[in-house]
Design a protein around this ligand. Structure first.
Ligand code: ATP
Length: 566
């Protein structure tokens, strides 16, 4: 019954303590039957395992319409209330309560029905999709109690707010079915990493046999999360993290491709587990032609290059290849890619995850026939000498790449983890000084405060938007500049308010770092900063000295992109 799940959500959200949450979830897991196991997806706000591309993806707007329809409340009223409370779930709860009191209707909502309707949402396509989605959601909301409506809405908009992560479920599985220990947790985690599916792990864990969990294996064709790197700023620190000697590789400026092969079938996934096989037919061909083995999973970075000059291009130049669904052949000719293989996770029926990196590298070298500008083993040296790393780093930058990766030779591959045995080193990011020209009120714990700020640069006497920042601003003022402080500073300069958005007189100047500048139709400057991060208020700067449009364009030309697709 969905009621039970809603109560579980509520119990979890009422305690900030991790251990309490684990206790609550583990009790729930003990009584969860195998037939209801898909409820576990809902616990994390999903409807399928993480590797599955299908997501609920409902906009706030549609959720508002559904609440309106199900409770007979005007949308205007809902939006007003949302602005006041800052949580659409709570708004749904409130209006459902009003309705229930007046109609005394009651229905029973089952988790099967919830899953059934939610799973229909991503399948809908074409004309009338919005209305079909609306009726699927309204059907659920009409049968929901106020508490159920709260969590249904939060699930739909992807903001469950109960503080349950994959790690909470891992610990809950450990405490529900095993003697708790660090080793048990690690074994469960490994099974989760390999299967990428909590329900599979739950099914095995329920039997209480830890040995069974060890049998969970990688599956060719099922996407696996990529291992991520930590960052250092000096070669010395790099060696401190990964030891001497270590492997040093180019940090290619392209996008990550995880390659699966079984027999004649090749599947390519991005870092966000998106299947992009169709977009890269030549890569499929390279894999089949130049890499030996019946089955394997490889980790790699694809980079673009200029066919004539053979110079490597930046990520921006080839990014359109990832999304393009038509004229693939033409784009393939125009924007060729070279695949740089840097890791191997599985080979001929055997997981390589626990093999030391050194061994995995040997295996790559053995099975790959290097074909520059098609497919190669990533450029690598093995050294303990800082000078050599520095030379290699300079060469990488000269080759238009981002920097270097330093890797511990003994380390295993840890899917989905940001690990200290793989380090990235790249040039420092540059600061821009921009002025705030707009903002938006936040939700949840940030309600009542402006929490997202529109940044603009200067072009003659006008100001042109280049992006939005929310990152880098603190929740509490003891930690730095807080949302509350910034809101107070901005309020006197608000010119116009529309819904949650405000227009602001250009007065407040801030410094931000960013990862990349992109061309963008979304802002009137024609540019967008990717991942801008607030670093400081700049009351010392006059408006006349903020970053100009021309400087942004210059930065774009010279940037060493740090952004990776996905
Ligand atoms: P960044 O923006 O610095 O790439 P990130 O969070 O996107 O950070 P990280 O995991 O921190 O990604 O950095 C590693 C990324 O670098 C990988 O995701 C991969 O796409 C890319 N990369 C390029 N060359 C290599 C290499 N030789 N080994 C591992 N990763 C590489």
């Amino acid at each position: 019954m969905y009621k039970k799940l809603a109560e579980l959500y509520e119990e979890c959200s009422s305690t900030p303590k991790r251990l309490e949450k684990i206790k609550i979830v583990s009790k729930f897991l003990k009584y969860l039957s195998s037939t209801d196991k898909d409820v576990l997806y809902l616990l994390l706000g999903n409807i399928y395992p993480e590797y599955d591309e299908r997501r609920i993806g409902i906009s706030h707007q549609l959720a508002i319409k559904a609440i309106s329809k199900a409770t007979g409340t005007e949308t205007k009223k809902i939006i007003h209330e949302w602005k006041m409370i800052g949580d659409l779930g709570k708004v749904a709860e409130k209006f459902t309560l009003h309705k229930k009191q007046s109609t005394l209707q009651s229905h029973i909502l089952t988790t099967e029905k919830v899953l059934e309707n939610l799973r229909k949402l991503p399948e809908l396509e074409g004309i009338g999709t919005v209305n079909k989605k609306l009726s699927l959601i309204t059907e659920l909301l009409t049968s929901a109690s106020p508490l159920e409506a709260l969590y249904l809405i939060r699930t739909l908009i992807g903001d469950l707010r109960i503080g349950i992560q994959e790690s909470t479920i891992r610990e809950s599985l450990a405490s529900a079915f095993f003697e708790k220990s660090k080793e048990t947790s690690e074994k469960i985690q490994k099974a989760i990493d390999k299967s990428n599916d909590l329900v599979t792990v739950f099914d095995i864990a329920k039997k209480g046999k830890i040995k069974e969990l060890e049998k969970v294996s990688l599956e060719v064709g099922k996407p696996i999360k990529a291992m991520l790197a930590q960052k250092v700023t000096t070669f010395k620190d790099g060696f401190k993290e990964v030891g001497k000697p270590c492997a040093v590789e180019y940090k290619y400026d392209g996008f990550r491709l995880i390659i699966h092969k079984q027999g004649e079938k090749v599947i390519l996934f991005t870092r966000s587990l998106e299947n992009v096989t169709k977009q890269f037919p030549e890569v499929v061909e390279y894999i089949l032609k130049y890499i030996q083995g019946e089955s394997f999973i490889l980790d790699s970075e694809a980079v673009g290059f200029d066919r004539k000059t053979k110079k490597y291009t930046d990520f921006q130049a080839i990014s359109q290849r990832i999304r393009r669904k038509y004229n693939i052949e033409e784009l393939q000719k125009k924007l060729p890619v070279e695949v740089n293989i840097f890791d191997i996770l599985y080979y001929n029926g055997k997981s390589q995850l626990d093999e030391p990196f050194e061994k995995r590298t040997e295996l790559i070298k053995k099975i790959i026939k290097n074909h520059p500008y098609k497919i190669i083993h990533a450029k690598q040296i093995i050294t303990g000498d800082e000078k050599r790393v520095k030379e290699f780093y300079k060469k990488a930058l000269k080759d238009n790449q981002e920097g270097v990766m330093m890797k511990n030779l003994q380390s295993p591959y840890r899917p989905g983890r940001r690990v200290g045995n793989m380090i990235k080193l790249k040039p420092e990011e540059r600061d821009l000084d921009l002025v705030i020209t707009g903002a938006e009120y936040g939700a949840g714990k940030r309600h009542g405060w402006l929490s997202s700020f529109i940044l603009s640069c200067k072009e003659g006497k006008s100001y042109l938007e280049v992006g939005k920042v929310g990152t880098g601003i603190k929740e509490k003022s003891e930690q730095g500049i807080s949302f509350e402080e910034l809101t107070k500073k901005i309020k006197p300069f608000i010119i116009k308010e529309k819904g949650k958005k405000v227009e602001v007189k250009p007065k407040i100047i801030v410094s931000v770092t960013y990862q990349e500048i992109q061309k963008s139709p979304n802002y009137n400057s024609g540019w967008a900063l990717r991942f801008p991060r607030f670093t400081a208020l700049r009351p010392d700067k006059p408006l006349s000295e903020i970053t100009t449009l021309k400087e942004i364009e210059e930065d774009f030309k010279h940037q060493k992109r740090n952004y990776q697709y996905g």
